[in-house]
Design a protein around this ligand. Sequence first.
Ligand code: NDP
Ligand code: 8X3
Length: 253
Amino acid sequence: MNKTIFITGATSGFGKAIAEKFAAENWNCIITGRRKNKLDKLATTLSSNHNIKVLPLVFDVSKKDEVFAAIDTLKTEWRNIDVLVNNAGLAAGRDLFDKAILDDFDAMIDTNVKGLLYVSKAMLPLMIEKGKGHFINIGSTAGKEVYKEGNVYCASKFAVNAISQAQRMDLLQHKIKVTCINPGAAETEFSLVRFKGDEEKAKAVYAGYKPLFAEDIANTIFYCANLPEHVCINDLVITSLAQANSFYTYKEE
Ligand code: NDP
Ligand code: 8X3
């Protein structure tokens, strides 16, 4: 029987690449995000290219009611979920703390922290009933070292790391694995969102070196999700060759 993965934030970047990778490996996919047109397009592509089932679900992870409504009302055939990838997230702005905007703080905390908590809590009864499961949470190198002007984005990813450690301990009894994947800079829509559509600023983030690509993260997650039942990767930091950590990236002039 095909396994099933539930991915938040599958309309672009990591989430889309994760859906493409798992679909190609015959996993059924529940793909979620706010942009319905992109989700529907991906669902059509995946189900026509692979012999799998795809369920697109449109909801905002930061809206508690939407999250629980979407997951609580899943039909029986979609309730047997093997892996949840808590991927939906964003950075909003990159500013000194005194210049940064409160609305940006709210967006990051509401999406990256509260959204992850809501989706995890909504998913838990399904995995507890099944007697096993796997949460894969997307942290960041920003959750390992705070960098200048990263303030609340970094804080939100430190929270993802802390929540992942807590979930790992507290869910041991339910045989639910918890893995926190912490990528360094990867070229997706991330910087375009962070710089609010400023393409030049977004492009500059990846100039002078080869960053990670979404497929690198998808392949890593596929590896983590397919280990023997008794093996769990708890925490993983992954960067491009050019990047050592949050601070040090070797860029060619
Ligand atoms: P993208 O901007 O390409 O993708 C972000 C995804 O999250 C989109 O599918 C978006 O969908 C979804 N999303 C954002 N806000 C919400 C929301 N409120 N509700 C539901 N879905 C939402 O960025 P990445 O793929 O790069 O980012 C994915 C994750 O990886 C994020 O958590 C990010 O912090 C993390 N990360 C990224 C790194 C990078 O350098 N790219 C490095 C380390 C971590 P939609 O807009 O349709 O809702
Ligand atoms: C995204 C990577 O370096 O912008 O989490 O924080 S970085």
